[in-house]
Design a binder for this molecule. Structure first.
Ligand code: HEM
Length: 535
């Protein structure tokens, strides 16, 4: 299965992924001149100098010199597959999205990834996993860009560069490659205690999945669905693997990373090639679109909080099956461009401040990563819906746009594209009036009640794994103050967790009383701004 062969103008191109740019039995130059010899440079005599006039030599080496593009700033290492999504029709009462109508089948492309490692890092590291799905719907592309952990490290996208700077390898020695076991990571998460929930999930078995095929996926943010009659509902998206959720144990992961760093990538490709197609059910938790956007006291705009499934069961709405491997890793897995802003009528975003930053970030970074503004024309990114967009020119433009007047209305081109009455409309949800400021709601200060709930939900064996993970990770931290501060954070989750990890590290149990760290920057401390660390 390849991307639909449609040009950016919506016209069939007549080419497929398989044939694009490659045809005929003979080796040629890039411009189609047949070549009799690609193994010897043009020389003045058998032992003489190589001649500058050898176009084939220069073209071959020049192209090779430019084969690499920047890797993703995060989620650089990934593996992907094509598949199909079939809707059950059970969401039709809450959304008008055409691809969720009963029995509609939509082609999809799914990319799984680690977050922190570079393109060549190992698969079975302790990290969050990306789970990004591109639905090529009849109404345009819908991207569900999620993770295998239902909460995120931070509550506001303005901290995203900071958390990634802390999680990536230290800038002096560029180590460690892909583990969270280092000072800057633990410095950040112990100072920004909103990260406690996500970090606890990382330290649990969820941080080392057995297989991409055996992971859950989460949209994390709350989305707003719009029904045909305009009624709105708040939802959280969940992917539930048909194979169940399975993890590695730490010792297995350590061995696998040495023996087969491509373990997850190979597992996915081999399973699909063997016809053991992995499948996930897509489900939604549904919440009334109340004015305050909370459910049972939980702030639905806080991406560090879940809504327990006991309070809002996940209702299945369709089945995803991955049934074809990419033909070319670079053209598909590497060049695919996901974006949380790729929405279709019936699905809207909410005012989660983390989501707001993402809505800016993906397109922005892809302009650098994919070399200009026209990457929507790359085969893997092409929509299956007709395109008539008035976007013109730019680096790597491949469409040949007819006409003289890319603006509307115009009276020159025999008419112009109509604005569609049934097109995408942002829900006119009222915004909260208030003074402008760099502020957050009081509910964002609760950093520990949900980590405690998660810890208490684990079985004794799972709790042992969490204790072992914190002990291993913190044993790699050089700075004693960071270890002690993180132990105080653990005490706020559960005293036993703190005691066990402290014992493993050979450290005393710190005084778990709430304390605060005053930010050293003068502007903030002047106004008395403090960060709760253990309170
Ligand atoms: C990439 C998920 C938060 C910026 C990705 C990818 C996933 C993902 C799955 C990989 C996409 C792929 O496979 O190509 C998430 C989730 C988040 C989150 C679930 C929080 C709930 C953020 C935030 C920012 C951000 C807050 C920035 C403000 C990026 C960037 C990339 C990326 C720049 C690389 C995109 C590319 O080069 O194509 N994210 N992310 N993410 N994310 Fe996020």
């Amino acid at each position: 299965r390849g991307p639909d062969p449609v040009t950016a103008t919506g016209q069939p191109s007549g080419e497929t992924t398989e044939t694009r740019g490659q045809g005929g039995p003979f080796l040629t130059t890039a411009t189609g001149t047949r070549l009799p010899d690609t193994d010897h440079s043009l020389k003045a005599g058998a032992r003489g100098p190589v001649l500058l006039r050898d176009h084939h030599l220069r073209e071959k080496i020049t192209h090779f010199d430019h084969e690499r593009i920047p890797e993703r700033v995060v989620h650089a290492r990934g593996a992907a597959a094509h598949g199909v999504f079939r809707a059950y029709g059970t969401a039709a009462n809450v959304t008008k999205a055409a691809f969720l109508v009963k029995d509609v089948e939509t082609p999809v492309f799914v990319r799984f990834s680690t977050v922190l490692g570079s393109r060549g890092s190992a698969d079975a590291v302790r990290d969050t996993r990306g789970f990004a799905t591109k639905f090529y719907t009849s109404e345009g592309i819908f991207d569900l860009v999620g993770n295998n952990i239902p909460v995120f490290f931070i509550q506001d996208a303005i901290k995203f560069p900071d958390v990634i700077h802390a999680g990536k390898p230290h800038p002096d020695r560029e180590i460690p490659q892909a583990q969270s076991a280092h000072d800057t990571f633990w410095d950040f998460v112990s100072l920004h205690t909103e990260a406690t929930h996500h970090t606890l999930w990382n330290m649990s078995d969820r941080g080392i999945p057995r297989s991409y095929r055996m992971m859950e996926g989460f949209g994390v943010h709350t989305f707003r669905l719009v029904a045909a009659d305009g009624a709105t509902t708040l939802v959280k998206f969940h992917w539930k693997p048909k194979l169940g959720v399975h993890s590695l144990v730490w010792e297995e992961a350590q061995i696998i990373n040495g023996v087969d760093p491509d373990f997850h990538r190979r597992d996915l490709a081999d399973a699909i090639e063997a016809g053991a197609y992995p499948a996930w059910e897509l489900g939604i938790q549904i919440f009334p679109d109340s004015g305050d956007q909370t459910y049972e006291g939980i702030d639905l705009l806080d991406p560090t909080k879940i809504v327990p499934e006991e309070l809002a069961p996940v209702q299945p709405i369709g089945l995803l099956t991955l049934d074809a491997n990419p033909i070319n890793f670079f053209a598909e897995t590497e060049q695919v461009a996901f974006h949380v802003g790729h929405l279709v009528p019936g699905i809207d975003v909410t005012d989660d401040p983390l989501l707001a930053g993402r809505l800016f970030s993906y397109l922005d970074t892809q302009i650098t990563r994919l070399g200009g503004p026209n990457f929507d024309q790359l085969p893997i990114n092409r929509t299956h819906a007709p395109v008539n967009d008035m976007l013109r020119d730019g680096m790597h433009q491949t469409a040949v746009h007819p006409g003289a007047a890319p603006y509307r209305p115009n009276s020159l081109d025999g008419g112009c594209p109509f604005q569609a009455p049934d097109g995408y409309v942002e829900v006119p949800f009222p915004v909260e009036a208030g003074a402008r400021g760099r502020v957050a709601p009081a509910s964002y200060d609760d950093h520990f009640s949900q980590p405690r709930m998660f810890w208490l939900s684990l079985s004794p064996v799972e709790q042992e794994h969490v204790i072992a993970a914190y002990t291993f990770e913190l044993s790699k931290v050089y700075e004693p103050a960071i270890r002690e501060r993180q132990l105080k954070v653990l005490a706020q989750i559960d005293p036993v967790l703190c005691e066990e990890v402290a014992a493993g590290l050979g450290l005393p149990v710190p005084d778990g009383k709430p304390e605060t760290i005053v930010d050293p920057s003068p502007a903030l401390s002047q106004v008395g701004r403090t960060w709760p660390v253990a309170g």
